[in-house]
Design a binder for this molecule. Structure first.
Ligand code: SAM
Ligand code: SF4
Ligand code: SF4
Length: 337
């Protein structure tokens, strides 16, 4: 079957799969502890897609054009034996990029080596500050900073280099960490990426005043460490790349709010429960688990996905500024970042 295009002629090239809706952190911008407390109902195990189901659906997606795959969550390393899933996915010949996004809390040396040996190509580790006190309040569970810094080293030592370090910037909360983070990761071989704080989900109390536009962020860095723009690695690349003029490496900025990139968005997402979302900001999705569990053939699954993709009209970020109200959306911990 040919690769489908959506209503804006965008192909289907990338897939993000959330392997669990659970997390060991409670970052206020994602899973605030007031809303994700002890009484919160996470998905029962039987509702999660099994490794076999994830593998099968991924092969169907590759037959429709997907070449890049990222596992995420919730916290993906909470899913037991994740390396086994990675090994299964790494065998799919059409996948030329297999990556993982994690908060790093469970990324010991041994885990990093297992993931690498299983075939993981790249890893992104989230870290929003180098101030232990701020970090402990930003992860909501007082998790110590030192351990995440160690995880970054473990990933590097295991050969998952260059490790990408994702920093969500929230004005007034951690924007004072921009320069210390830049200073720390310059010359380290690790690529720091700044993400504009987004209005994902309905529970993080987002407002535009909390967004630090990337233009301002780049100015702050440029004043201390001159930078220059780099061309993108490939069409549809989400991060805009910059390099330090003195040769100390590169950084990236993800301008989802101030300069949306919906035009080139070729990404689909599957939630932990097996629902396909064609936009991070989707208010609804398409159930894949039911057909997977009721003996649909690969061809039937292909037809379903292809049909949904062809109807896709998503360009939430591009429209955001024109909208008076922000509709209800799926939580990011559920759909995967
Ligand atoms: N738990 C893993 C982690 O934190 O890396 C993976 C899932 S998390 C939802 C994926 C990414 O989304 C993380 O880098 C996180 O910082 C980012 N994220 C979560 N909420 C966000 C928000 N409101 N705006 C921008 N990025 C956000
Ligand atoms: Fe957990 Fe990642 Fe969300 Fe933080 S951003 S609460 S680590 S899923
Ligand atoms: Fe893609 Fe939706 Fe993000 Fe636009 S808002 S870039 S369509 S995920």
């Amino acid at each position: 079957m040919n690769s489908p295009t959506d209503t804006f002629q965008r192909l289907l090239r990338e897939l993000r799969i959330s392997v669990t809706d659970r997390c060991n952190f409670r970052c206020p911008y994602c899973m605030p502890k007031e809303l994700f407390g002890a009484e919160h109902h996470f998905l029962p195990r039987s509702s999660l897609l099994s490794f076999e189901e994830i593998h099968r659906i991924t092969t169907v997606f590759t037959s429709l054009g997907v070449r890049k795959l990222r596992l995420t969550g919730g916290e993906p390393l909470l899913r037991r034996d994740l390396h086994r899933l990675i090994a299964m996915l790494a065998e799919i010949p059409q996948i030329d990029d297999l990556s993982l996004t994690t908060n790093g809390a469970l990324l010991t040396r041994e885990v990093a080596e297992k993931l690498k040996a299983a075939g993981l190509k790249r890893i992104s580790i989230s870290l929003d500050t180098l101030d232990d006190k701020v970090f402990q309040s930003m992860n909501g569970v007082e998790f110590p900073l030192g351990q995440v810094l160690q995880s970054i080293d473990h990933a590097t030592a295991a050969g998952l280099a260059p490790v990408k370090v994702n920093m969500v910037v929230k004005r007034g909360v951690n924007d004072q960490a921009i320069l210390p983070m830049a200073r720390h990761f310059r010359d380290s071989g690790q690529i720091l990426r700044f993400i504009e704080y987004m209005d994902v989900g309905n529970s993080n109390g987002w407002c535009y005043d909390h967004v630090l536009p990337s233009v301002e962020l780049l100015q702050r860095i440029h004043q201390e460490f001159p930078i220059e723009a780099l061309p993108s690695n490939h069409p549809g690349e989400v991060a805009k790349r910059w390099r330090y003029v003195d040769g100390a490496g590169e950084i990236g900025v993800i301008t989802s709010v101030t300069e949306p990139f919906c035009e080139g968005c070729t990404r689909a997402r599957i939630s932990a429960a097996g629902t396909l979302h064609t936009c991070l900001f989707a208010s609804h999705g398409h159930d894949l688990r039911e057909p997977l569990r009721s003996d649909a053939s690969d061809e039937q699954l292909r037809q379903l996905i292809s049909g949904w993709w062809q109807q896709r009209e998503d360009r939430y970020s591009a429209l955001r500024t024109q909208q008076n109200t922000i509709p209800a959306k799926i939580e990011m911990s559920y759909i995967g970042g």
